[in-house]
Design a protein around this ligand. Structure first.
Ligand code: E4P
Length: 216
């Protein structure tokens, strides 16, 4: 499973990039707004830190405007994945941009049928939002499983990018189902390394080692 970091916080990305665990980054208009920075400038900085795909989202509703914005975003760096919403206009823009050889991430996916449409127009990534479905008492993980089955049934190469991940359990469940990618906030990614028994065991090892008086 590839790990993308879901943030436009350059410092957080830089800190995690050194761990070797970051395969890409996803941003969206809300995350860019939160960063308080210019979209082109901050996205370029992220692309310089991370080699893998960096999703940058269009902010238009009409296909022709999405295509224009997508071309502009794609010029930032070779690893840009243009993010378009799962609407009929977004699907149209996806087709044009993927035909031009650009990576496209179709976002705001909440049903298997939507994911099927994205695959049919050649999306590089489909982003089903787990947490936002859970928020309204639906089952986000069920959607990941459904999309996995649909894509496997037809051999679609569109990668399932499990998004709106809020917890370590989301990551585990999505990995068990076979999502290709999980995008998560930096704190969730860091949290995957944590286990109380690891901490307890390490404390005991360090204490016992100190008693030996040895150095290594
Ligand atoms: C992914 O590309 C989205 O930007 C993100 O995962 C949305 O997460 P949220 O529902 O926690 O805002």
């Amino acid at each position: 499973m590839k790990f993308f970091v879901d943030t436009a916080d350059v410092d957080a990305i830089r800190e995690l990039a050194d761990s070797g665990l970051v395969d890409g980054v996803t941003t969206n208009p809300s995350l860019i707004a939160k960063s308080g920075r210019d979209i082109l400038e901050v996205t370029k900085e992220i692309c310089d830190i991370v080699e893998g795909p960096v999703s940058a989202e269009v902010t238009a509703l009409k296909a022709d405007e999405m295509i224009e914005q997508g071309r502009k975003l794609a010029k930032i760096a070779e690893n840009i994945a243009v993010k378009v919403p799962l609407t009929m206009d977004g699907l149209k823009a996806c087709k044009v941009l993927t035909d031009e050889g650009k990576m496209v991430n179709v976002t705001l996916c909440f049903s298997a049928n939507q994911a099927l449409l994205a695959a049919k127009v050649g999306a590089t990534f489909i982003s089903p939002f787990i947490g936002r479905l859970d928020d309204i008492n639906l089952d986000g993980m069920e959607l990941i499983a459904e999309i996995r089955q649909v894509y496997d049934n037809y051999g679609f190469e569109t990668e399932i990018l499990a998004a709106s991940i809020r917890t370590a359990n989301h990551v585990k469940q999505a990995a068990l189902i076979g999502a290709d990618v999980g995008t998560m906030p930096p704190n969730v990614l860091k949290g995957l390394a944590q286990h109380p028994l690891t901490d307890k065991g390490l404390d005991a090892f360090m204490a016992d080692w100190a008693k030996t008086g040895q150095t290594l």
